[in-house]
Design a protein around this ligand. Sequence first.
Ligand SMILES: [Zn+2]
Length: 267
Amino acid sequence: MKWMIRVDMEGLTGVVNMSQVVPGAGEYPFGLSMLKHDLLAVIDGLLQAENDRVVLYDIHFFGTNVEFFSLDPRVSVICGKPNYTPENKAYLQEGYDGMVLLGLHARAERPGSVLNHNYEHDIRVMSVNGLVVGEIGLEALMAGEAGVPLVLVTADSDGAKEARELLPGVLTVTVKESLGDAAALCYPPSVTGELLREGARACAKKAAELKPFVIDGPIELDMQFKPGELFHKLVKRVPEAFVAPDRFVFKGDSVLEAWEKYLVAKA
Ligand SMILES: [Zn+2]
């Protein structure tokens, strides 16, 4: 089988603050060690046959967080966050059986959910045709447009809950219980490693049962921003998308098309 793992860091084992996930920050090496731990456990669970393949797309910060030396030869990694487009179908154009979101977190504006946010920390609220989504929902929708179901989400307890509410039936692995914006009850790697491996092992059967998550176009991606540099850049670059003092609406035939307009505007 062939799997895509989107790799994030805020929802990893033991991670509770930004200093652990921002490249160059003091505790970033701790975040990297947790990334390696969680990722290797999930890959180990997914790779069950000689012909199985895993592609990683690193969605965190610069997209250069994955440590290569310990990767199985059946794994390859998309680094540097190349833009998702309708043409490349968010890099899911070549027959994937399912997608895994690793190290995810709850959407922004969820006080008390550890490291809750939507991509850039300037994005307060995102909705697709009225459905409020965070990174879990948006990644699931863009994969859905490529015909690929979201099968497993690994996250803190609130991120996992968000995934199950949005996509009933999706597998989730909770690696820590959210206790605040920068706090959690963390299970040790000796516990989460086995949970992650088990969750990944269950993906093969689950992928056959789950349907891709799709909202039919036309699409309106409504995004509300905090005031700041990104907001002012967007006002200048895409005045046609600017609809309220703090909101932009990106339109497209698909979520991927609307999202690409945002990515190009903020670049
Ligand atoms: Zn994230």
